[in-house]
Design a protein around this ligand. Structure first.
Ligand code: HEM
Length: 179
């Protein structure tokens, strides 16, 4: 079923973008979300490289590159995916908290953003690697912790992509009562 066929008649007072506008937002949404998935995959690869290599210089460079990737890719892409996803939900019959798959994606993306903000610390890891090159102990536990954080983000984004494609039926209980 096409995007246009799924569209419900506009309810009074609700924002319903024209089909061309909606398709443009969908294009931005899919591009940003899938690019974010690719960026996080890159972070997993870089983290594994930094953790498994015996070359402390290479590990430090990998952590510095991760910081750049997050600022140039992760932050703008996740905010674009969030804003366009919210617009698509609010501007269609899908809603934001009506269908389980949309609400689950919202929670998953917020989870990805929070993990990145609170648990992912590439700059601190680059500093720790610099200290190790000067004779400090190598923070292997923290390095594996960072691998776990980005792997969890990757799993959440893969789940969100699966939900977008399969769109399992199911509505949230409070919206079932209202309709
Ligand atoms: C977490 C990362 C996300 C990924 C990887 C993702 C991926 C996708 C993809 C691939 C589609 C197109 C599906 C299709 O047309 O067959 C889509 C559509 C959609 N997404 Fe997301 N999305 C994400 C986050 C979000 C969020 C946070 C929201 C809402 C707050 C959202 C709401 C929607 C809605 C409502 C559509 C349907 C648009 C339509 O057909 O009218 N998405 N998403």
């Amino acid at each position: 079923m096409s995007v246009l066929q799924r569209e419900a008649p506009a309810a009074a007072g609700r924002w319903r973008p024209r089909p061309s506008v909606r398709k443009s937002i969908l294009l931005v949404h899919v591009a940003a979300s899938v690019a974010l998935l690719g960026e996080v995959w890159g972070l997993v690869v870089l983290n594994l490289t930094a953790t498994l290599t015996g070359d402390l210089g290479l590990a430090g460079a990998a952590y510095r590159l991760m910081g750049t990737l997050v600022f140039a890719g992760g932050i703008p892409l996740s905010l674009t995916a969030l804003a366009s996803g919210v617009a698509l939900g609010l501007g269609s019959h899908w809603g934001l908290a009506r269908h389980t798959w949309v609400f689950a994606k919202l929670l998953l993306l917020l989870g990805v953003i929070l993990c990145g903000m609170l648990l992912f610390t590439p700059e601190a890891m680059a500093g720790a690697m610099r200290a190790s090159t000067r004779g400090g102990a190598r923070p292997e536990g923290r390095q594996w912790g960072q691998v776990a954080v980005v792997s969890t983000q990757l799993a959440m984004l893969l789940t969100a992509t699966g939900l977008s494609v399969f769109r399992p039926r199911g509505r949230l209980r409070w919206t079932r009562r209202r309709s």
